[in-house]
Design a protein around this ligand. Sequence first.
Ligand code: 4AZ
Length: 384
Amino acid sequence: MRRAILRALVAVPVACSMLTFGGATAVGAAATPRIIGGNVVDASTVPWVVALMHAGVANAYDAQLCGGSLIAADWVLTAAHCVKKQTPASIDVTWGITDLNDVGANDRRALTRIIVNPHYDAAHDTSDVALLQLATPVPGAPTVDINSDPSSPSVGAPLVAYGWGSTSYPQTSYPTQLHGVMLLDEAGPSGACGSYSASAYVPLHMLCAGVPGGGKDTCFGDSGGPLVKEWANGPRVVGVTSWGKGCAKHNYPGVYARVSTYAPWIVQTLSATTPVVSVNDTSVVEGNKKQRTAAFPVVLSAPTTSTVTVQFEVRAGTAEAGKDFVARHGKLTFKPNQTDMSVPVKVKGDTIKEPNETFTLHLSSVANATIGNGTATATIIDDD
Ligand code: 4AZ
């Protein structure tokens, strides 16, 4: 747990400044020392920044232990060392709230799963990444992309780190508000990092970010949070706050887990655990004047712990809505552990000799799953 030590800080008059970075506007009304060298950030500008909290601690400020990034509607990327001793029940998360004192009980969401990278090595701080699955997806899915390009960032690239970690070192002082700090990549994809030895700083696994002379850095409590780089199409997480020798020291930049190295593991883990909903083709014999039913099978690739809801719509093909079948649309809900259902569509019979006719079913707007085969065809087999 964070040490909840807050000291009265001597107010130093500093002009208000507006800094734009990471696609976000950071407001520095700073009269107090900020995350080492940073500024307060309005969380609504970076709603994918997540705080990890001890679920058993009611006060969110006292409960906060680490940061994270919302990389899918129900997945948070964080550091392995933040969660290696935790269980899904012992951690909850919040997002989109700047000040931890404003986090109410209803703003804290439970986890269903913690997946620590299987190569995580606590002795060497390598593979310091973990994935947390949320019990329910975040409404609107305000996610951030991850960087999968191992050649980026290059030396000198501007980066921003976010967190609720200590604003001072060696004395710790934990802010209630989210902070951001502008840093520079100090090693590129393969270089050495400050004064760290080659056995400590391993470029394949780690990324080095700071500023010349020190003074700006992440610190205790920022672990697991995002280090982002801005691309033309938006920010991407390039690093996960991991370790450092102290904080903000000259020649000892902050060290981050290099996200591009773990991107294949992240993508594979998310796709293996996110169920896919698909609809399959069907057919029905028309029936002489009789009404029959075409049933589209809709299947979920894996059982889930939460409900999966998907919209469906029946559309005409060569068959006409109203004349040949009764069109419908609506919502399908798979209950936890349910993987099969069917969508019945009434088909009208006649005594006209005609070719087989078709209509289709379309799936859209799914929550808690992705759509695999989203369109299927029903064939009305003419029996006249
Ligand atoms: C930590 O333990 C931590 N100065 C985070 C960042 C840094 C050091 C320690 C980098 O949470």
